[in-house]
Design a protein around this ligand. Structure first.
Ligand code: DC
Length: 224
C-alpha cells in the first residue's frame, strides 16, 4: 500500500492540498484531526471541562467513531451521527487540542487510523502520522507556512462559513493551539527525522499540489 504522511501545524494547508493530491493520485484522504475533533465535540456537548482529564477518559467507552466517504469526501460519524460540520467550530478546535494531549485518547484512535492505511492507499494528515501512526510511511511530509499566512487562510475559511470572529482572535487561538500541540509530552506535533519539509507560504494551491505530487512520485521511484 502507498501511505503518505502529512504532518504540520494548523492552517498550513494540509487538508486542502492532501485532498487535491488524493483525487489526482487515486488515494483515500484521511483527515485524522476530525477524529480528535469528534471526541472534543462529544466532551463539549456533555459539558465536561477541557481540563478534566479523568472526566474525558471516562467518556471514551461511550464513543464510537467511523469514517465514511460520500462522493470521495470524508465524513465522520460520532455514534452514528454525521458530525463533519459541527466539529469545525473554533471552540471545538480548542477541545480537540485538549483531548489530543491525553494518552488514552490517542491510544483509542490508533487502530482506526492504522487500519485505514493497511487497507487503502492513503494520504493521511495530522500531527503524529510520520512519527507514531505510520512510522514506515512511503513518504513523510512536514508542511508549514508563516503564522500570518496560516491565520489569514483560517480566518477566510471561518468567514466563508459565517462564523463570527476576528483575524486577531484566529491568530492568537492558532498560536496557542500550536504551542500546546507541539510541546505536549505524548506524540508532539514535530517533524519525523526522515520528513521532507515543505513551506508553502509563497505557494498557491495548484503549485503546492504539483510539488507534493513531485515529492511523492520521486519517493515511489526511489523506493523501486
Ligand atoms: O488538524 P486539526 O486542526 O483538525 O486538528 C485538531 C486538533 O487535533 C489539533 O489541535 C491537534 C489534534 N490532532 C492531533 O493531536 N493529532 C493528529 N494526528 C491530528 C490532530
Amino acid at each position: 500500500m502507498i501511505n503518505i504522511a502529512i504532518d504540520g501545524p494548523s492552517g498550513a494547508g494540509k487538508s486542502t492540498i492532501a485532498k487535491a493530491v488524493a483525487k489526482k493520485k487515486g488515494y483515500i484522504y484521511v483527515d485524522t484531526g476530525a477524529l480528535y475533533r469528534s471526541i472534543g465535540l462529544y466532551v463539549c456537548r456533555k459539558g465536561i471541562a477541557k481540563e478534566d482529564k479523568e472526566g474525558i477518559k471516562a467518556t471514551l467507552p461511550e464513543i464510537f467513531l467511523e469514517l465514511g466517504y460520500v462522493e470521495g469526501v470524508q465524513r465522520v460519524y460520532l455514534n452514528g451521527e454525521d458530525v463533519s460540520g459541527d466539529i469545525r467550530l473554533p471552540e471545538i478546535s480548542m477541545y480537540a487540542s485538549a483531548v489530543s494531549a491525553i494518552p488514552e485518547v490517542r491510544a483509542f484512535l490508533l487502530d482506526l487510523q492504522r487500519d485505514m492505511a493497511k487497507k487503502h492507499d492513503v494520504i493521511m494528515d495530522g500531527r503524529d502520522i510520520g512519527t507514531v501512526i505510520l512510522p514506515d510511511a512511503t513518504v513523510k511530509i512536514f508542511m508549514t507556512a508563516s503564522n500570518e499566512g496560516r491565520a489569514k487562510r483560517r480566518y477566510k475559511e471561518l468567514l466563508e462559513k459565517g462564523v463570527d470572529t476576528s483575524y486577531e482572535e484566529v491568530l492568537s487561538d492558532m498560536i496557542k493551539r500550536d504551542k500546546a500541540d507541539s510541546s505536549r509530552e505524548i506524540a508532539p506535533a514535530v517533524p519525523a527525522e526522515d520528513a521532507i519539509f515543505f513551506d508553502n507560504t509563497e505557494f498557491g494551491i495548484e503549485e503546492s499540489v504539483d510539488e507534493i505530487i513531485r515529492i511523492i512520485d520521486e519517493a515511489i521511484v526511489g523506493r523501486g
